[in-house]
Design a binder for this molecule. Structure first.
Ligand SMILES: Nc1nc2c(ncn2[C@@H]2O[C@H](COP(=O)(O)OP(=O)(O)OP(=O)(O)O)[C@@H](O)[C@H]2O)c(=O)[nH]1
Ligand SMILES: [Mg+2]
Length: 458
């Protein structure tokens, strides 16, 4: 009898559990890995520290604690949380490495429910959170799912302007020498593909983000595989891809890439999210220049088309979850002094404007804020004569402790001439030295968590 009661209790408990899958979206170096590492770190510390005052359940002392759980997908490596912690707590501390492959982590959060319906069955409830990490470069492949080879080629050629056009010169010269309708010449294709890949690398080096296909610059286990040897072509309408020609092979490889590489990535990792945080490093394009800013904006907009937005009822959600809340967050807010944060939000709003429109069409909840997942600087003031100025103190990547005023963040995207006149120079800092026993310092990460999952902890 006791046994049955226990089983019924377990069943009720499990049925009260809820799940939330968070899509951490961001271009390469946007701060995804730092965000996930800090999020896990903050939640694991919440039972012993008051580190998340802006998370209502924590503030109200209803959040009991968090633990790591075995992830749902056994085919995907576990997120390297412990390694990331070792790096940020090393002497001297360093940032986690750029991500080279997909990984996943699952957390269980136990809390005391406030909702009467939940309280009725049990005094505690659990939310399971799934998060995946991946190289930002791969995210840029999602838009390929909606384009055939001709359309994709066209978008690539349309984008060849300014800096991008200059960088493409060598590749374009090589492309001209290839006869698309000639019988297949794998060596010739490999050479042009190599040149195209080098072009993509140089775009990245110049601070441009819209780099497709993403695996070309970060191939993972596909390094050297023919599926990564294609490139956009100028195809006129009369040009039919006859069997056995160079063009037919390029099309076949594009198709294979789209179906086997991109679709699999999308299906396994991106098709079932309910919440999304879009991390944007607005300071990097300010450092780089006008083109970089527009390029990032365009890349973000394209990506947003790949997600499924809209509300669905509970039953539908079980089978086809859709993103019903999106948070746009400007990362690395600790790079600028606190009074600049409002401007950073305005700049972020401008950066994500087209993406925002895409998502807002579905009438879902959205918000913008600035965060620092791992706060690396201390803000304060410096005096000069009888004037005081806001300043930041931090240690640079080469171990120099400095106090600086990094500059003003413009409210809106400045005109092109602005960069010619002065530009921006934000210093990169390494994480602060801290103890493993304490949560990582952060700015408003709790506000972001409240926005993303606060309602699940009621
Ligand atoms: N000061 C500061 N720097 C940060 C913060 N988050 C990220 N960074 C910096 O940004 C770099 C990139 O952060 P990651 O978290 O690795 O970025 P990512 O989006 O995972 O990048 P990929 O793995 O390459 O896609 C880090 O190495 C840090 O230099 C932050 O909260 N504060
Ligand atoms: Mg990463």
């Amino acid at each position: 009898m006791k046994h049955i009661k226990q089983e019924v209790n377990d069943l009720i408990h499990r049925s009260m559990d809820s799940h939330v899958r968070i899509a951490v979206t961001g271009l390469s170096r946007a701060g995804k890995t730092a965000f996930i590492s800090s999020l896990v770190n903050q939640l694991l510390h919440t039972s012993t520290h008051d580190n998340l005052p802006l998370l209502a359940s924590a503030r109200e002392k209803r959040l009991i604690g968090a633990k790591r759980e075995p992830q749902a997908n056994m085919m995907v490596p576990r997120f390297f949380y412990d390694e990331a912690m070792e790096q940020v707590h090393a002497t001297p501390p360093s940032w986690p490495e750029p991500t080279r492959d997909v990984s996943e982590i699952r957390l269980a959060l136990k809390y005391k429910p406030k909702k009467k319906t939940k309280k009725l069955f049990s005094s505690t409830s659990t939310v399971h959170i799934d998060i995946i990490d991946y190289p930002g470069e791969w995210l840029l492949d999602l838009p390929l799912l909606d384009m055939d080879f001709e359309q994709w080629s066209q978008t690539q050629f349309d984008a060849l302007k300014g800096k991008r056009k200059e960088l493409a010169e060598e590749w374009l010269d090589k492309l001209q020498t290839l006869d698309l309708s000639a019988p297949l010449n794998e060596k010739a294709i490999a050479e042009v593909a190599q040149s195209y890949t080098e072009f993509l690398h140089s775009c990245k080096d110049e601070g441009l983000h819209w780099v497709q296909p993403g695996r070309f610059v970060l191939p993972g286990e596909l390094e050297g595989a023919p599926v990564l040897q294609f490139f956009p072509c100028r195809i006129d309408d009369s040009e039919k891809a006859q069997k056995g020609t160079n063009l037919a092979m390029l099309k076949a490889r594009y198709h294979e890439y789209q179906q086997k590489v991109v679709k699999a990535f999308y299906k396994h990792h991106f098709s079932t999210f309910d919440r999304q945080i879009v991390l944007v490093d607005c300071l990097q394009p300010l450092n780089e220049g006008y083109e970089s800013f527009h390029d990032m904006r365009q890349a973000l907009e394209q990506i947003m088309h790949s997600f499924r937005y809209g509300r669905s009822n509970i039953l539908k959600r079980l089978f086809a979850p859709k993103i019903d809340k999106v948070l746009f967050a400007a990362t690395k807010a600790d790079h600028v002094t606190p009074e600049q944060h409002t401007n950073l939000v305005s700049l972020l709003q401008q950066m994500v404007h087209p993406a925002w429109q895409t998502a807002s069409y579905e009438n879902i909840e959205m918000s913008c804020m600035t965060i620092a997942s791992i706060q690396a600087t201390q803000s304060g003031f410096i005096s000069q004569g009888d004037q005081t100025y806001p300043a930041l103190k931090g240690t640079t990547l080469d171990e120099q402790t400095i106090t600086v005023f990094p500059g003003e963040v413009p409210k809106k995207l400045p005109e092109q001439s602005y960069w010619q006149q002065q530009g921006f120079e934000f210093t990169a800092f390494r994480p602060k030295q801290g103890s493993m026993d304490d949560p990582l310092p952060h700015i408003r990460l709790d506000k972001a968590v409240e926005y993303l999952i606060g309602d699940k902890l009621k």
